[in-house]
Design a protein around this ligand. Structure first.
Ligand code: UDP
Length: 253
């Protein structure tokens, strides 16, 4: 079999050319990075968990009519997605103050916000993904006004869906980041939720105990990242049959 063509290698995923034109294979790596890749590690099993969790969220979004790039999961580490042109923005939705917002505005982490707040960051690692306003986005032509209306509506629908799904398993959706892609159908273009939705890109806190079940466990050295992500997967019923558990020996029949 011919070796497939690598299109792009990011921090947590590698993209390969898909089997059909207009498709891409997204491979989830075990690499974890934080603080613009200043902190790095390999966390065995993270890629498998994020692949399964992202599939779960993207499929659910599709079922309630929110368009995504997801086509199907191929195996434990890969999913087939529609290729799209990624809008160079990180779209962040916040329900509770945390992370950079708490620092920037001096609001205690965990303070409930009066309503969901949507922020945009310009996707550029060399600049550290700076926060930008809609004025910047319009002036520099990163997205049109129509795109911005669609992005806001997508972001709020994803927020309602994700908040509800997580609430159902006793988890608070504090904030999350999504990326938006443009797909072309003939002369028409439409926007879809792209990239991934996983505990790498969300803040998830246990409602009862406040325990963090997301990438802050890695960023802030709070324990085992695999245990945290496995707990999210277990509660949602998407835990793989052989949970990735590097610390425990497993019997191979
Ligand atoms: N986020 C992300 N990728 C980024 C920046 C942020 O997935 O490059 C997510 C992050 O996990 C959190 C939300 O977006 O769920 C808000 O992140 P924040 O701006 O507070 O930045 P941080 O404190 O993580 O640097």
């Amino acid at each position: 079999m011919a070796r497939r063509k690598k299109i792009y290698e990011g921090k947590a995923k590698t993209l390969y050319e898909g089997p059909e034109p207009g498709t891409i294979v997204q491979y989830f790596k075990d690499d974890a990075t934080a603080f613009n890749a200043e902190k790095k590690d390999v966390i065995e099993g993270k890629g498998v968990l994020n692949n399964l969790l992202s599939e779960y969220f993207m499929k659910g979004l599709g079922q309630i009519g929110v368009p995504t790039h997801f086509l199907k999961r191929l195996n434990m580490r890969e999913q087939l997605v529609r290729s799209c042109e990624i809008i160079p923005l990180e779209v962040i939705v916040r329900n509770y103050a945390a992370g950079s917002m708490s620092k920037r505005l001096g609001i205690d982490e965990g303070t409930q916000l009066p309503r969901p707040i949507v922020e945009y960051c310009y996707k550029d690692d060399s600049l550290g993904d700076p926060l930008v306003s809609e004025e910047h986005i319009a002036a520099f032509g990163w997205a049109s006004q129509q795109d911005m209306d669609d992005i806001l509506s997508l972001a709020l629908r994803v927020n309602d869906f994700m908040s509800g799904v997580m609430f159902g398993v006793g988890i608070r959706l504090v904030d999350f980041k999504i990326e938006i892609g443009r797909v072309y159908d003939g002369d028409f273009q439409r926007l879809v939720v792209a990239d991934e939705i996983s505990p790498d890109s969300c803040r998830l806190w246990d409602i009862e105990s406040g325990q963090k079940l997301d990438k802050d466990v890695f960023r802030r050295d709070l324990g085992s990242l695999t245990d945290a992500y496995s707990e999210v997967a277990r509660r949602l019923g998407v835990m793989p049959n052989n949970p990735p558990s590097p610390s425990k020996p497993t019997l191979v029949n």
